[in-house]
Design a protein around this ligand. Structure first.
Ligand code: PMP
Length: 448
């Protein structure tokens, strides 16, 4: 594999099995997954596995044939969105969905300008990388791309954050216009994941108005906040209180099967389809669609939005208490099971502390809890577990976090042994039995 890939952690992990919120490594050690949003309804959820298995034994072909199951899913998915978003197109990845969304926005608006946040990530195609500043300095930003700062609620109060964000959007619209460039779209991830996790503090609805007034479209990138992640609504834009022209989805949509897509107001797609015939070989095949249908059923059937809200709220309070007690300067923020812990050198200057953040992430990994870091300066611990995170998972995460915080505060490197009140790691025999039970469940498709 080429050298552009990166591995997680100082000591990389070799996972060999996973179920629910647990990952087993090659040594047979069990890890708590507090990071992976793709396996959003839990690793290897038996309802999803059974649906894909059944579909692969039946037919797996493409959108050039009449496929009632794909239409059924399209209707079910569209029904979860605002009424104005009444059409869907399927792709394989979030990058393809965003690539397609901007193609549509360019046709509809007649413009080419794009506004994104300063450390946004929207995908890896050549076009999308040109408006994904988080891709690294090697991914050249396009000439018609303008950046605005994410709403930094740690450094500014509510009124300042709003003024700064809206002024920045308007300034960039005006700057594009001065150079003869019409605005195609503002593209936003309403939880500002790669910028450092700032759940929209109420700035996007007003920004959408500014963009519409300038003739541009709003593209809501739901790859991170979508599918009930924020615990507040099925979609991030619903939490924010605006209806986008286009919304893109991916990652958790098929719980690991490559399925993604874009919902749109049909008036926009009518204009686009006049001159374009769209085909995506694997986008909207039956098997990934079967996975996506099963995911919708699990989110609804297992009450995962409420679970996300409940466990996320506990984590925010728990992290704040632990960090306070250990004497760290930090900001804890989040919505549902998407929590950011920003670490700084001191509470006045708020200088980012990336080294401490890395010590936390690696310390947690050594204690068998998986997280990662986000943000422009890499100083925000990113906690984004599968939505089936249970009460005992929540307790275990907080207990391990407290252990790491105490060790780091005392100047020790976090130890590797696990000795947490109320939680004991399962031994290998228990683990084998657990895996066997999960597999039996899975084969019987008994859950859901
Ligand atoms: N948008 C956002 C907000 C993302 O986080 C990502 C992936 N990290 C993408 C788009 C791209 O999705 P994919 O990797 O499926 O192409």
């Amino acid at each position: 594999m080429g050298p552009a890939y990166r591995l997680f952690y100082d000591e990389p992990l070799r996972p060999v099995r996973a179920f629910g919120t647990k990952i087993i490594d090659a040594r047979g050690d069990e890890y708590l997954d507090a990071y992976n949003n793709v396996a959003s309804v839990g690793h290897n959820h038996p309802h999803v596995v059974a649906a894909v298995h059944r579909q692969l034994q039946t037919i797996n072909t493409n959108t050039r044939y009449l496929q009632p199951d794909i239409i059924d899913y399209a209707e079910n998915l569209v029904a979860t969105h605002d009424a104005a978003l009444d059409n869907v197109m399927f792709t394989c990845t979030g990058s393809e969905a965003n690539d397609l969304a901007l193609r549509v926005a360019r046709v509809v608006s007649g413009g080419t300008g794009v506004i994104v946040t300063e450390n946004a990530y929207h995908g890896c195609t050549r076009d999308v990388a040109s408006w994904s500043p988080a891709s690294g300095t090697g991914a050249m930003l396009g000439r018609d791309v303008r950046l605005v700062p994410a709403p930094d609620t740690y450094r500014y109060d509510a009124a300042q954050v709003r003024e700064l964000f809206l002024n920045s959007v308007q300034t960039q619209i005006d700057d594009l216009a001065r150079r003869g460039v019409r605005l195609a779209a503002l593209v936003v991830d309403s939880i500002f994941s790669s910028d450092g996790i700032y759940p929209d503090p109420g700035v996007l609805a007003a920004a959408a108005d500014l963009v519409h007034r300038a003739g541009g479209l709003i593209i809501s990138d739901e790859v991170q906040p979508g599918f009930a992640r924020t615990g507040a609504a099925m979609w991030g834009y619903q939490r924010s209180g605006f209806t986008p022209d286009l919304a893109t989805m991916g990652k958790p949509m098929g719980n690991g099967m490559p399925v993604a897509g874009m919902v749109a107001q049909s008036r926009h797609l009518d204009a686009f389809a006049e001159d374009v015939a769209y085909f995506n070989t694997f986008g909207g095949e039956n098997a990934p669609i079967a996975a996506a249908q099963a995911v919708l059923e699990v989110i609804e059937g297992e009450g995962l939005m409420a679970n996300s809200r409940d466990k996320g709220d506990q984590l925010v309070v728990g992290f704040r208490t632990i960090l306070d007690r250990a004497g760290f300067a930090a900001d804890v923020r989040g919505s549902g099971l998407y929590v950011g812990v920003e670490l700084v050198h001191d509470p006045v200057d708020k200088d980012p502390d990336a080294a401490l953040t890395s010590a936390f992430v690696n310390g947690l990994r050594d204690r068998k809890v998986l997280t990662s870091a986000a943000g422009t300066y890499g100083n925000v611990i990113k906690i984004r577990p599968p939505l089936v995170f249970s009460q005992s998972d929540t307790d275990r995460l907080l207990a391990e976090f407290e252990h790491v915080a105490r060790d780091l505060a005392a100047g020790r490197s976090p130890g590797r042994s696990v000795s947490v009140a109320g939680w004991q790691p399962p031994n290998r025999d228990d683990l084998r039995r657990l895996i066997a039970e999960e597999l039996r469940d899975m084969m019987g498709g008994s859950r859901g």
